[in-house]
Design a binder for this molecule. Structure first.
Ligand code: ZN
Length: 325
């Protein structure tokens, strides 16, 4: 079925479904298509959209969603759980953050374009067919192959009822770090599209790397279940975990401390370190060990992101700081 022909209201009550939603033809044959999973409850309730694989190299959400699907029975559910385990399929197939077809980062093109490139079409149909029908959205990210972030729940930091719903869900999710983003949100993110449609939302980050950390996948699974309990979709107690940090910041990873030169990044600080303005965070070295440039904190703050992959190109993001609430 093409994504344009899909309607979540046509999903039968009290059933599980597993299907493919076509986006566009592939160059060889067949179609680029997104895996879609749903559980519709026996009773009415909210619609929750859970997505992963917006970046193609972030694996824990991709494995957590099928476990969520297997574990929830329609008889136990109020409302509808709509799930996209891999949103950017071309990026996923090439184990990259962005699509090799059009070079676009799906997390920069929301709400997408109906007649745009493949990545823009994916964003468009997710917004039109799933996000707009949702009462809440969770987007599961990690740092991917290149970046490291602490295991965190990100939310929209605002005094409004919208912001309070986002914060409450982020707290319920149960990650050890909360990261709030004041308005206006940077353009193109799923979070921004959700905000524009009035759909409260949270997202996650996690250490990343090239593997699958089972503790992160477990946290994602438990976190989504906690949010569902909070939304009244499932019965049961929410599991609690101590909060280590509550941080604020714009959260725009396009606007971070960058390296001006290519080379090898040698870090001298760790995630969640509290650093001073002017503190050295690491060095960029050449192949002979010569220091090309020092990476320095522009301001005081808590290290929320660090480059994980040592080899860097000029302009790559190296570190990002957040502020304590
Ligand atoms: Zn991501």
């Amino acid at each position: 079925m093409h994504f344009r022909d899909f309607d979540p209201d046509s999903l039968p009550r009290s059933e599980k479904a597993r299907m493919w939603l076509d986006i566009a033809p592939r160059a060889q044959d067949g179609a680029w298509r997104l895996p879609f999973l749903s559980v519709t409850g026996a009773a009415y309730g909210p619609t929750l959209l859970v997505m992963a694989g917006v970046h193609g190299d972030e694996y824990e959400g991709i494995v957590a969603i099928p476990r969520l699907y297997e574990g929830i029975q329609p008889a136990d559910l109020r409302g509808r759980l709509l799930m996209l385990p891999v949103c950017n399929v071309p990026a996923y197939e090439s184990a990259r953050r962005s699509s090799p077809i059009d070079g676009l980062n799906l997390a920069r093109v929301f709400p997408g374009q109906r007649d745009g490139s493949i990545t823009e079409q994916i964003a468009h149909w997710i917004c039109q067919k799933l996000l707009r029908q949702a009462d809440f959205m969770i987007d599961l990210h990690t740092g991917g192959i290149a970046y490291e972030l602490p295991l965190l729940a990100g939310y929209v930091h605002d005094e409004s009822a919208y912001g309070q719903a986002s914060l409450a869900a982020a707290r319920a999710f149960g990650a050890p770090v909360l990261w709030g983003h004041p308005l206006p949100l940077p353009p193109g993110r799923s979070l921004t599209a959700a905000y524009d449609h009035g759909v409260p939302c949270i997202y996650t980050e996690a250490p990343g790397g090239s593997g699958i950390d089972p503790r992160v996948a477990d946290c994602f699974l438990t976190g989504v279940l906690n949010v569902m309990k909070r939304l009244g979709m499932l019965n049961g107690e929410q599991t609690r975990q101590a909060l280590s940090h509550h941080l604020l910041g714009h959260g725009d990873l396009d606007s971070v401390i960058e390296t001006p030169v290519a080379g090898l990044f040698q870090r001298e600080a760790s995630l969640l370190d509290e650093v001073e303005a002017g503190q050295r965070l690491g060095l960029i070295q050449d192949e002979s060990g010569g220091v090309l440039v020092e990476i320095v904190a522009e301001q005081a703050g808590v290290l929320i992101m660090l480059r994980g992959l040592p080899r860097v190109e000029a302009g790559d993001g190296i570190a990002h700081l957040a502020q304590q609430v």
